[in-house]
Design a protein around this ligand. Structure first.
Ligand SMILES: [Zn+2]
Length: 448
């Protein structure tokens, strides 16, 4: 007697799609083949759906403790599950306090163990004056360390200068843990700011040019090269930034690149039309940049895709001054399905590669490559079932996040998440999140 058998599955791996049946027992995948014999407590016929390895969102801000009125671990993880996520890595900000030592790390871990529907790992913070605490956070199980190279928008999470980054990377390297950077150069931003005429969205977009991103990426790659640390550049928005990363990689730097669905699905014109909901940093780029980013993605220059879900209360996401409005995209519920729909439209013969960007690559890069991210015997039974049939507009009334506000409202997604299985449990069934499901577990990376 098996716990679960999935029949008529089109199983998506990084390079192929195979029709198969999958057996699940005690939370693990125990069999994959043309036909699984025996019976199961739950027999799931998924004819018509594609079965992806569960999506791993390595970049979210669920903001708890301290800013649960922006988003919370329960609502955030539930919304992400509805969007196909089976695990997430929470950023050290915008929780209050931010995660800058073992105590704040353990406090967030305990809260997430009580509240999160999904399995989770936690990023530690890398800030000036806190580099000593990297060791204790690594010992506590941090997945890596996040630094801002420009102001983060929060006083309690200041930007790292070169010396701080160097010290942080030197320590992180000893633990074989990556350092993730928000790459925008404060020098370039300060120079450009002098010529900005007003506070419109257009001016905000112009105030954060691609050259700022490129300069910061170059600096981070240089220090990663010097220290030998693993560098992960989050939310790369442009081909020029990826070229910098490519060059460093060729020179032997251990560097990976993330982008987010919003940089692939929306452009600067959309930002002007949509307004506050579309404000983020780095900002949405011009149409040509978006096209170039797609080319880079399909050419294999991007390693992971994270949502960078970072909501704020509606009153902070409104007004006329686009420099004062909070920057951050809310969208973990629809980011991945919307991305998949567009990917399949643009590259019908390549869409299975999403299994790498959304699962296998983040698992391997962040120390979970022997346990998560692939549909293979012995791996956690984390599975996301999607279908590509209909494209209906996304409505605010269906949002499961703390605030019913998302960049994806009114966007048409050509892909739907049908079922989600997290360590063998059906946590989303026919599009509905199951009630009273066991909580997710804390994940400690292993770079053996
Ligand atoms: Zn972020």
């Amino acid at each position: 007697m098996n716990d679960l058998i999935i029949r008529n599955a089109q199983v998506v791996a990084e390079n192929t799609i195979t029709r198969a049946e999958i057996a699940v027992n005690d939370g693990l995948i125990t069999g994959i083949g043309p036909s699984i014999s025996g019976v199961a407590r739950v027999d799931l016929d998924v004819l018509g759906s594609f079965v992806f390895p569960g999506f791993i969102d390595s970049h979210v801000h669920f903001n708890e403790p301290g800013r649960e009125h922006w988003e919370g671990l329960s609502t955030g993880s539930t919304a992400l599950a509805a969007g196909g996520g089976t695990c997430f890595f929470d950023m050290p900000l915008n929780s209050d306090p931010p995660v800058l030592d073992a105590e704040s790390f353990q406090r967030k871990r305990k809260l997430a163990e009580e509240k999160s529907l999904l399995d989770f790992a936690l990023w530690g913070g890398l800030c000036p004056g806190h580099t000593d605490a990297i060791d204790e956070m690594a010992e506590a199980g941090a997945v890596g360390f996040k630094a801002f190279l420009c102001p983060s928008g929060l006083e309690e999470f200041p930007a790292s200068d070169a010396a701080t980054l160097r010290e942080g990377m030197t320590r992180a390297k000893r633990w074989q843990l990556p350092v993730a950077v928000h790459a925008e150069s404060p020098e370039v931003l300060a120079r450009v700011a002098k010529n900005i005429p007003d506070t419109s969205m257009r001016s905000f977009l112009d105030s954060r040019p691609k050259e700022s991103e490129v300069a910061a990426i170059r600096m981070a790659c240089e220090i990663a090269g010097e220290t030998g640390a693993a560098l992960h550049v989050v939310h790369v928005t442009c081909s020029e930034g990826l070229a910098e990363i490519d060059q460093a990689r060729k020179a032997g730097v251990n560097v990976s690149a993330e982008t987010c669905p919003h940089y692939l699905l929306f452009n600067a014109e959309d930002a002007v039309r949509i307004g506050a909901r579309a404000k983020c940093a780095p900002p949405l780029r011009e149409k040509d940049d978006v096209e170039a980013l797609w080319k880079d993605l399909l050419a294999g220059r991007i390693d992971t895709i994270g949502s960078d879900h970072s909501p704020a209360p509606p009153e902070m996401k409104s007004g006329e001054d686009f420099f004062a409005i909070w920057g951050g995209i809310a969208g973990c519920q629809h980011a991945f399905p919307s991305f998949l729909g567009e990917l399949r439209r643009r590259a019908p013969r390549q869409f299975f590669q999403a299994a790498a960007w959304l699962a296998a690559n983040p698992a391997a890069r962040f120390g979970f490559g022997t346990r998560k991210g692939r549909i293979a015997v012995g791996f956690d039974a984390d599975l996301t079932l999607v279908d590509f049939h209909s494209a209906v507009p996304i409505r605010g009334s269906g949002l499961l996040t703390h605030h019913a506000m998302s960049l994806y409202e009114n966007h048409r997604s050509g892909c739907h998440v049908i079922d989600v299985i997290r360590r063998g449990k059906l946590i989303v069934q026919r599009g509905e999140v199951a009630k009273n499901t066991a909580r997710g577990v804390f994940l400690r990376p292993s770079h053996e």
